[in-house]
Design a protein around this ligand. Structure first.
Ligand code: ATP
Ligand code: MG
Length: 443
């Protein structure tokens, strides 16, 4: 670590009178409980859909050696050039907060020789990613992806299957997106396309942005990924990569499309889509929405047949995609039906110390039966407790007052219909049976 950085770090840690108004970092967001419900729904839906396609979860570290990302994502990509959170740790090693999931999953695959356990590995992982970008709606510095990889198989049907799985997650969430696909060819057909592209760029080079001038020399395909609209206007008439595919790649692309058609999954071909990572070969795809302004990509992925080998593993093919959780949350929030609170659970409104004691034991017994139970221990009035029950969206309230206790009864109120009924208070020995009966009644 440079001495100056260490000195400043220590100064900030130990100096008195520093700004105590500590807030979250720009581009780093708290997910508050109401929004977290949407996250849970997305995660549950994804896990369920992934199960249907026989994918298994893998969990990988957030921090990796910087070389892993430089070697996989590509030195001339925006991510590696401008966006990584890299730092030198106390041992003098360059580390990076992962900007995407594929590199880490592949590193784990290689490190544990997972191909020996099962020749085709279908893996998914969920978690945070870090990119130093300009924060805006749907674009954060810490964001979350669900990321999926199929390692060890190169059949085009799998490409179609992976796209079908991504689109099923969205359909099950009630979201509509469009699917764009492309093929980037393989090392065999890429040189001919690069040549055609270089020829096309030759007389435009002075009009291109600085980044593109550099990309043209280092990695011409990258120019097509430029965010500048002026550059993009030049690329409208660029040669199409699909027209330069070799016979095998063209055949692969044809079967991918036939697979999508047979599953009735609509798609369009976008021959300019090159994606922001260098490792893609053959099929690439994006899932797009027009409801999030500039941040139109909800998910994206593609095939990366040479990547496992490039990272020092066996020469095995792979394909994967990642979907941005924050963008899915934004889309769900735009659907008004999701904003309706759901009534659930039971509020035990006990009045007085004795009733509270009985209610306390009842609450525990009911929770053992799976019921969500809330209780107020502050000796509040019945009116106040009923108010709390409503505010917390409880479906039922169990009222335990002195009068009811003396009769050995409690009142069960349906907060929706406002109907009430009396139910017996159990003797201490039969609390288990009683709670089973009540749980069945109110769930
Ligand atoms: P974009 O074109 O929006 O920058 P990308 O091509 O960089 O996306 P990928 O690296 O393919 O995206 O990541 C897959 C998905 O992860 C994206 O489609 C998007 O939903 C999400 N994503 C990527 N970067 C961010 C970010 N900074 N904030 C929030 N979500 C993101
Ligand atoms: Mg990006």
């Amino acid at each position: 670590m440079p001495q100056e950085v260490v000195r400043r770090h220590k100064h900030l840690l130990f100096s008195k009178g520093i700004d105590l108004n500590i807030t979250a970092l720009k581009g780093f967001k708290d997910i508050l409980p109401e929004e977290a419900l949407l996250w849970q729904r997305i995660e549950m839906t994804a896990r369920e859909v992934f199960r249907r396609f026989a994918f298994k979860e893998i969990k990988v570290p957030i921090l990796e050696k910087t070389a892993l990302f430089a070697r996989s994502i590509g030195e001339t990509t925006d991510i590696v050039e401008k966006e990584m959170y890299s730092f030198v740790d106390r041992n003098g090693e360059s580390l990076t907060m992962r900007p995407e999931g594929t590199a880490s999953v592949l590193r784990a695959f290689i490190e544990h020789s997972l191909q020996n356990q099962q020749p085709v590995q279908k893996l998914f992982t969920l978690g945070p990613m870090f990119r130093h970008e300009r924060p805006q709606k749907g674009r954060l510095r810490q964001f979350h992806q669900m990321s999926v990889e199929v390692l060890g198989a190169n059949q085009p049907e799998l490409d179609a299957e992976v796209m079908a799985m991504a689109s099923m997650v969205l359909t099950e969430l009630g979201l509509t997106v469009s699917l764009e696909i492309n093929s980037l060819g393989c090392p065999k057909c890429r040189p001919a396309f690069n040549e055609a592209l270089l020829l096309f760029l030759d007389d435009k080079k002075d009009a291109l942005c600085e980044d593109c001038q550099r990309r043209r020399l280092k990695n011409p395909l990258r120019v097509l990924d430029c965010k500048s609209s002026s550059c993009q206007s030049h690329y409208q008439s660029a040669p199409s990569i699909i027209a330069h595919l070799c016979a095998e790649c063209a055949d692969h692309f044809r079967v991918v499309q036939a697979g999508l058609t047979s599953m009735a999954i609509p798609y369009t071909i976008n021959s300019f889509m090159v994606r922001g990572l260098d490792y893609y070969t053959r099929t690439t795809f994006e899932l797009l929405t027009d409801s999030l302004g500039a941040q139109s990509a909800v998910g994206a992925g593609g095939r990366y047949d040479g990547l496992i080998k490039q990272l020092g593993g066996p020469d095995l093919p792979g394909i994967g995609f990642a979907m941005g959780m924050e963008r899915l949350v934004l889309m769900l929030q735009q659907q008004s039906s999701n904003l309706e609170p759901v009534q659930s659970g039971l509020f035990v409104a006990a009045l007085g110390e004795r009733a509270r004691g009985i209610g306390f034991a009842m609450a525990q017994a009911l929770r053992c039966r799976g019921v969500q139970v809330l209780m107020d221990y502050a000796d509040s009035s019945l009116k106040s407790q009923m108010k709390q029950s409503g505010k917390q969206n409880c479906r039922h309230t169990l009222i335990l007052g002195d009068e009811e206790l003396s009769k050995g009864e409690a009142i069960l109120r349906d907060m929706n219909t406002k109907g009430q009924e009396t139910i017996p208070i159990p003797l201490p020995g039969v609390l288990g049976e009683w709670s089973a009966m009540l749980a069945e009644k109110i769930q």
